[in-house]
Design a protein around this ligand. Sequence first.
Ligand code: URA
Length: 240
Amino acid sequence: MAQMRLDKLLSSTGRWSRREVKQLVREGRVLADGRPAVAADDKYDPEHTVLQVDGERLSFSEHCYVMLHKPTGVLSATEDRCTPTVLDLLPLELQKRELFPVGRLDKDTEGLLLLTDDGPLAHRLLSPRRHVDKVYYARLDGVLTEADCAAFADGLVLEDGYRCLPAQLRLLADDGGRSEVLITLHEGKFHQVKRMAARCGAPVLYLKRLSMGPLRLDPALECGKWRYLTKEEKESLLLL
Ligand code: URA
């Protein structure tokens, strides 16, 4: 890690605001290599300096990566005047970090959402040129057919004339009236799954994102809960 200001470093843990770090420094509670830090804007490289607060050694990583099992009813945004956002589902210390959702899920869509403060990674995941695949499970009001699978694979033309990139439609089950499908997209247009399904005459009743590139929604993560990405998950994303 490069040298960083002490207040930026300590606030990056999500445990203190920059103002609180200033106060900690003033009170002599921050030690750098065993000696009280002098100023909050002094710079340190945490790979080479042992930083402690109240005797506790801190560990740092440059970026934070969180997997959220998004529930319905919250917005994939960082703030909104009226509706809770995905950040409201995180504890306060994480809310203090400047995390943002990588891409959007609709308010009524559930499933995998990655939150991070790593702008370049988010850019890579979302770049239209990279075609990172996203897999959705959907319940539909209607039954799709093999002809719809072929239309998805060809590149479905939406109601506004947009031709989607080739996508995969897998028919899982149906009861003659409603059905369950898996849809894999390599792009992320506004309401894309809903518009594709509606185009085939089977509006979406329920939608859940299962994966994004190499990242899969942890089946043990309950709806509305979050966890940090594992080392392996982070590495798989950073390889993209
Ligand atoms: N497609 C949709 O229609 N909605 C989502 O939330 C994600 C993909």
